[in-house]
Design a protein around this ligand. Structure first.
Ligand code: APR
Length: 242
């Protein structure tokens, strides 16, 4: 890896980074899509067909996220330390809808698939902090309509958030690191190729080889709480040596 202190870094994370905090991934054997039908709970059509089912699915996940024992782990904290210490930009793009990166201390962060702790007005598109259940009776603070809210989640078939900023960062980063994602969902699964074409060194840190592992310059496999702190230490050793 030919990286100079100060070179821009782009980190992509997925559900695997939050697994050791107690949140399920999607596609592992015990994952969320083994228990729920994606078409029912994570598509605009599913919401139109049965809004109560969709709201309940996200209400359950929101409640779990706000339980006391779900806390950021060593991998979340290591990425926050990298952002604080690296003498260049570290942009964190997460597919996760949990808030564990923020609670771990990351600030330069894009939630490309939305946020569980936010609600969106169906009329105006305004977004609000929201920690309670969203029900068919919840009143939108923007429109005043009851039943006027949906989770602030990007469903399949919808456009992920802040893609222009993400593509700009993919074009300029010198290091692209993908952590805890299976590489099945686009556009995130294609980021490695874009970063690579733009000249970045690309690294996968994942429990097992992802579907696109062969596209990375380097792939290291194991649990995020071990791999990410060790990888951040390796990067910060560059700063100490400079
Ligand atoms: N450490 C590192 N990686 C792990 C760990 C761990 N402790 N546990 C599991 N993993 C890996 C799995 O091996 C898997 O490759 O994390 C990956 C999780 O993959 P997915 O469940 O597919 O999650 P993700 O890639 O984030 O999914 C992308 O799909 O349905 C959607 O919108 C949802 O944002 C999500 C998107």
């Amino acid at each position: 890896m030919n990286l100079k202190p100060g070179d821009p870094i782009l980190v992509l994370t997925g559900a695997g980074i939050s697994k050791e905090s107690g949140l399920d991934t999607f596609r592992d054997a015990d994952g969320i899509w083994a228990k729920h039908d994606l078409a029912d709970v994570a598509t605009p059509d599913g919401f139109r067909r049965n809004p109560a089912l969709v709201l309940d699915f996200y209400n359950a996940r929101r409640r779990q996220l706000t339980e006391q024992d779900v806390q950021p782990n060593a991998a979340h904290r290591a990425l926050a330390a990298l952002e604080r210490t690296w003498p260049g930009e570290v942009l964190l793009v997460t597919q996760n809808i949990d808030d564990l990166h923020e609670r771990g201390g990351s600030a330069n962060l894009i939630h490309m698939h939305g946020e569980l702790l936010k609600a969106r007005c169906l009329d105006t598109g305004s977004v609000f902090d929201w920690r309670d259940d969203i029900t068919l009776d919840s009143r939108s603070p923007a429109s005043g309509q009851s039943g006027g809210l949906r989770p602030h989640i990007v469903w399949f078939g919808e456009m992920p958030i802040e893609m222009d900023r993400i593509y700009d960062a993919l074009m300029t980063c010198r290091l692209f690191v993908s952590i805890g994602t299976s590489g099945h969902v686009y556009p995130a699964a294609g980021f490695v190729q874009q970063a690579s074409m733009a000249g970045a060194w690309t690294v996968e840190l994942n429990l097992e080889a992802s579907s696109g592992h062969g596209l990375f310059d380097e792939a290291i496999h194991g649990p995020a709480t071990e791999l990410v702190p060790a990888f951040v230490d390796r990067l910060l050793a560059h700063v100490d040596a400079a």
